[in-house]
Design a protein around this ligand. Sequence first.
Ligand code: HMG
Ligand code: MG
Length: 302
Amino acid sequence: MNLPARVRIIDVGPRDGLQNEKQPVPTEVKIGLVQRLQDAGLAEIEATSYVSPKWVPQMADNHAVMAGIVRQPGVRYSVLTPNLQGWEAAVQDRPDEIVVFGAASEAFSQKNINCSIAESIERFAPVVAAARAAGVAVRGAMSCTVGCPYEGDIAPQQVAYLAGLMKGIGVERVDVADTIGVGTPRKVQRALEAALTHYGIDQVSGHFHDTYGQALTNTLAALQLGVWNFQASVAGLGGCPYAKGATGNVATEDVVFMLHGMGIDTGISLDRLVDAGAYISDFLGRPVQSRAGLALLRKRAG
Ligand code: HMG
Ligand code: MG
């Protein structure tokens, strides 16, 4: 087994983690979360999204969040932009990377961004071109690469199709997302391999929601393919508003605990990451959803 020696994690907690939160989260708390994540050594943070505030009210303070973050050199701050309107709003805040987000399932594309897969690519193309012309990096998120809440199982061919379209419009790297957490190791490997027919191993990342408790196992299955980029959410926050019943991303603390235990470098301080998870969970008034985070907090408390 040839496992990667190091792993790069994007913490998507401030965006994927909080977007579905029903209680309003003050901008200062979001900024406080980003601060704690960068203090913990996260080199990439997905900070917010520029989507319709009618669709996702929690992300309506995108400008204020981006203005309030005290940027740390070397940290990449990414934001979601579904269309030109989103890009035009985002570019004012100088993100390091924008994320266009499509789906391997037609039904999910309609529910999430109100257009077909083909239409989404037409919308993304000018966004990608504008970002690249402005020197802003471009990532593409691919939802429902294993299963869809509306269509059921998704064939790897659908993932390859979407990855090919993303590649065609100039998206630099892609996230293979198991939006509803139904993936199991072999299925997730097939989805990743489908993306790898269009992108190199350094350009494909795993984004696994943990609804069925499979996300950590799926992370290991991805590592076995050589994938070394992942997205995770501190304290296991999150869920997509258009994927009913789907829970949060795999908790960053759990991924880091596993990787460090395997001797794989992340550049992240687990101790400080646990602080970040405790901070946001305290605010939300619920226990940390990370098993490792919770165990370490209990150990600290004696
Ligand atoms: P639409 O209704 O098709 O857009 O929505 P439209 O162009 O027809 O415009 C309709 C209205 O939306 C107009 O406002 C526009 O101004 C406004 P009105 O005149 O009615 O007042 N609008 C916008 N406002 C702010 N920012 C924008 C924007 N665009 C239009 N960028 C749209 C299309 C994509 C905007 C809408 O469907 C939307 O906002 N969807 C939300 C999608 C979303 O945020 N989903 C969650 C993130 S994806 C995710 O979580 C999955 C991921 O984690 C990977 C995984 O796990 O699978 C990434
Ligand atoms: Mg997600």
